[in-house]
Each structure stands twice: as C-alpha cells, then as structure tokens.
Design a binder for this molecule. Structure first.
Ligand code: GUN
Length: 313
C-alpha cells in the first residue's frame, strides 16, 4: 500500500513558516506583504476560492485586498483597476480570479498585470522565464506539486516523469519544472497513443487532465510516485456528490510507492504557494532578503522552494 502524501499537513507547515517570515520582515523592515485578489462576477466556486485566499492571507499576517466587481464590468474598467494595483506600493501580488466573463479577454488582462506582481505566474514573461530556467514567478499548483515530490523523493535527477495534461496553468509549467530538475519528461494528452503504456514507464506520474478517475491502478509502475492534480465533483448513486481526482485512488494506491489524495493532496498546497509567491515578491520589490529561519533543519521547506526557483540546469 502506498504512502499517502498529506498535502494538508504539508501546506499547514509551509503557511506556518511563511507567517514566521512575514513577522520577521514586519519587525525588521516595516514591510507587510499585500495580496490583491480581483473577482469579476459571482461564480460560486470562484467565490469559495477567493474567500479562502483572503482568509489564509490574513492568517499569514499579510494584507488582503479584495476587489469584487459586477459581472457586467467592462474590460477597460478592469484594466484600469489593475493599473491602479500595479502602481500601489502596498500591493505586492495581484491575482485575477479565472475564469473571467466571456466579454473580457483573459490573456489581455493577465498580461496587463505587472510581471513582478503576477503571483499566479501566468504572465507571458514569467512563462518565458520558466521555460528558459531563469528567475521568475512559478505557477502555484505546479510549484506545490514539485515541493511535495521533492519532499518525498529528494533529488529527482534522471527520473522518468509523465505529465498527463497540457494546460497552460498546470501541465506545461509542471513539465518545465520537472525538466529543470533533470527528469526525463513526457507530456501526454488526448492524442497520445497507448497512454497506459506511457504511464507504466514513469517513476513520477502527474495527473492533470480534469477527467475523473481516468488514470487507473494498472497504468502505474510499482513503487512510482503519483501526484493527482485533478479536483472533480461527481455524483453518487444516491444523488449526493463527492470530490475525486484524475486518478482512480483505490487501485493506484495498491501499486504506487506514494500518492496524493483528493481532497487533501495538491489542493491545499496551491494557496500556500500563492502566499509564498506574494512574500517572495514583497521581498524582491523592496530589496529585502527573505529571512532564513535559524535553528530549523537546513532543508526547511522554504529553502527547498527557493532553491527550486533559483536553480539553473
Ligand atoms: N481559477 C482556478 N484556479 C485559479 C488559479 O490558480 N488562479 C487564478 N487566477 N484563477 C484560478
């Protein structure tokens, strides 16, 4: 039976570490990191995410600025708000919750965010930086996934990794991060021939396709590490619903060496990494060094993340 990688506990540790570092820079530099979250419309899932982000931002000792705009807000008005946030010295991170209403050009909005405040890591410049292995801002879900992988496996160099899914938000940046860690990386997608066979060769399987329980236990190489990024709500026979990942957990857990559950795996890491990116950018924008925790084990989570971000192939 596989080891269950506990994302809830991991993210609580990381958030604790971030909160301690925020306290240090408040004391020593009178700097309080600030995260602005912009929500357009009233999508219920987005409202839940935004509330959660605001709560955890405040719990980490940071300032949270929430901008809730009407669904009919024009693109020009949204761009004007982003311009204002780009120029606000108290704001170090800007996140525009996706999806946006159909009348707004998502790409134009994302690329109007200052590159140094783009804590989602979606701006073209940050995407480009990641692809050439330069310093930038790494998207939160892939970063959280990599942190859990490194915590469990240590050095990933030489391992075979497969990323199932080629989205801009998860699949592609995840593949870039794994390549930076010197893995041999396959990106699989809907047109991949013999997907089960491809998966069976991998030491690391990242499932990020958005299809409930698509990856089966007999696709997994014995002992492999499985990171399930999917969050799908499915209906039970009695009409109630439950959350499942992109991996069929029961069968995969019998074969894998380690696996993340859904819920409680990658999900909780995403907001923790958002806070990490906000603290990092608050420090970078103000030319303040991110505090190092004394007395902690040298490879504390935060230092692992910093190495991930700044290491070059
Ligand atoms: N909507 C769902 N996930 C995300 C995310 O990670 N960032 C943003 N901006 N919107 C999202």
């Amino acid at each position: 039976m596989a080891t269950i990688i506990d994302g809830k506990a991991f993210s609580a540790n990381l958030r604790g570490e971030i909160a301690r570092k925020v306290e240090i820079i408040k004391q020593n530099h009178s700097l309080t990191p600030g995260l602005a979250v912009v929500l357009v419309g009233e999508d219920p899932a987005s409202q839940v995410y935004v509330r959660s982000k605001g709560k955890q931002t405040v719990e980490a000792g940071m300032n949270s600025y929430e901008h809730k705009l009407d669904v009919s807000t024009s693109q020009d008005d949204l761009l004007a708000l982003i311009d204002q946030l780009n120029n606000d010295p108290d704001v170090h991170g800007i996140l525009v919750q996706l999806p946006l209403p159909d009348h707004i050009d998502e790409e134009a909005v994302i690329n109007s965010i200052s590159v140094d405040k783009d804590v989602d890591g979606f701006h073209l410049s940050n995407v480009g930086r990641l692809s050439i292995g330069a310093d930038g801002i790494v998207p939160c879900t892939p970063l959280g996934s990599l942190m859990m992988l490194k915590d469990h496996l240590g050095d990933l160099s030489g391992m075979k990794a497969i990323v199932v899914g080629r989205s801009n938000i998860v699949g592609k940046p995840m593949a870039a991060l794994l390549l930076k860690e010197s893995c041999t990386v396959t990106i699989a997608h809907s047109r991949t021939r013999d997907l089960p066979g491809e998966c069976r060769q991998a030491d690391i399987v990242i499932a990020a396709v958005g299809r409930p329980e698509m990856v089966k236990g007999d696709w997994i190489k014995p002992g492999a590490t499985v990171i399930d990024v999917g969050i799908n709500r499915i209906e039970n026979e009695d009409g109630t619903t439950r959350l499942v990942g992109d991996v069929e957990f029961g069968s995969a857990a019998e074969v894998a060496g380690a696996i993340t559950p859904v819920p409680g795996g990658v999900g909780p890491m995403t907001i923790a990494c958002l806070l990490h990116n906000t603290l990092q950018q608050a420090c970078r924008l103000n030319h303040v060094e991110i505090p190092v925790e004394r007395g902690l084990h040298q490879s504390s989570l935060f230092e692992v993340v910093s190495v991930i971000i700044s290491s070059h192939v």
